[in-house]
Ligand binder design. Structure first.
Ligand code: GLY
Length: 379
């Protein structure tokens, strides 16, 4: 990760705006990630100032009575015509049936291309509403308003949208960049602890794949992070967003081998989520187990020493994240993994660590070694 001085990165005071610029495209597709405290209260005037006069808020029903109400009031105060559609919480909502219900609801509201979609909630709503925005009327403007940690540090940035099929996670979707991302750190104050912990798995991921200094910072600030110290939380959100922006700007569509590193732990994680049934594990919990498996696989392949596996596992455990999976038939998991978007002609490919802060894509791994890791990491 090219950065002149890794230590000058953090301690972002009370909000910041991180630009995401696509070098080879028109400026129209560039956008900013605005990070602040209490900024949902001014979302209406912020988005109205971009010439938007009508919005449809698509909100996770768990946040519908809090953050979505704050947004709705802010839009109405700014004179923006506002409708709200609620979506049931949980991974099961990332389905074709839920997408169809949203398409039909948008049609019945006579939504046209000047209407913006505002996705308020976690990764599920962001992915689903983003996909519906990408497809309805051949494409509507969308703003991502992530209210969970997993969405603030990862899924709301970078334009990946999609839904699941029974046979595989995120198998149907589109790259559809938002017009902006509005991250209110205060939304995390009321997040259930399991959800907050799930986001910390993606945070650890950023240290493992790109930034050893950040990884060490996480190790030394565990308590503050667990207690949701506002400065610590803002530091982790802004650091992860900057790291992600750096990757997405260079490889928007996961074509050059750079963006694929963001999938560290995800091949195992998606297989476990699919095999367990969507919604049994939170996405970050599955990513935590997946990163442990990926590191153990790297160790078996002689790429890293055991102490790297231990440091990662210790950090994940400090955040109360699971590091072992329920026992599944390894052949079933291998079948699911062969359908993963990173697989080529059924050959398994995994993002594996070379050290803390650096990973690479490894091809054609012997299935028997993968099976050994799956068996050793289950309980
Ligand atoms: N969450 C992985 C990516 O956005 O590429």
């Amino acid at each position: 990760m090219p950065r002149s001085n890794p230590n000058d990165f953090g301690d972002v005071p009370q909000g910041c705006s991180i630009p995401l610029n696509f070098a080879r495209s028109s400026h129209e597709r560039n956008y900013s990630i605005q990070i602040g405290r209490g900024i949902l209260r001014t979302i209406g005037s912020e988005i109205a100032s971009r010439g938007i006069s009508r919005v449809v808020i698509i909100a996770d029903e768990a946040v519908a009575l809090s953050h979505s109400l704050t947004c709705e009031k802010s839009f109405l105060d700014a004179g923006v015509e506002t409708s709200v559609i609620r979506v049931p919480s949980g991974e099961q909502s990332k389905s074709i049936q839920q997408a169809e219900q949203l398409w039909i609801a948008l049609a019945s509201l006579n939504v046209d291309r000047r209407t913006a979609i505002i996705a308020v909630g976690g990764g599920v709503v962001g992915d689903l509403a983003g996909f519906v925005a990408a497809t309805f009327s051949r494409g509507l403007t969308v703003w991502q308003v992530p209210t969970t940690l997993v969405a603030q540090v990862d899924s709301a940035v970078g334009g990946k949208t999609g839904i699941n099929l029974p046979c595989g996670k995120n198998l149907v979707g589109a790259f559809w960049q938002p017009s902006g991302v509005i991250v209110d750190i205060h939304a995390l104050d009321t997040l259930p602890s399991r959800e907050y912990g799930s986001g910390l798995a993606e945070v650890v991921k950023y240290g493992m794949i790109l930034d050893p200094t950040f990884f060490s910072w996480l190790e030394s600030h565990c308590n503050k992070i667990r207690l949701r110290d506002p400065d610590a939380v803002e530091h982790i959100v802004s650091t992860c967003c900057r790291l992600k922006v750096h990757v997405v700007e260079q490889d928007e569509r996961e074509e050059t081998g750079l963006r694929v590193i963001l999938n560290y732990g995800h091949t195992f994680a998606h297989a476990i989520e699919t095999a367990s049934g969507y919604g049994v594990l939170l996405h970050g919990e599955a990513v935590s187990i997946g990163m442990v498996m990926a590191a153990r696989l790297a160790e078996r392949l002689g790429m890293i020493d055991a102490d790297i596996c231990s440091r990662q596992e210790f950090l994940l455990t400090s955040f109360d994240l699971p590091v072992t999976s329920a026992a599944f038939d390894p052949d079933i998991l291998l079948d699911i993994m062969a359908r993963d978007k990173k697989s080529v002609a059924g050959r398994l490919r995994f993002v594996l660590p070379e050290c803390i802060g650096k990973v690479r894509l490894v091809d054609s791994i012997d299935h028997n070694i993968v099976k050994e890791v799956l068996t050793a990491s289950s309980r």
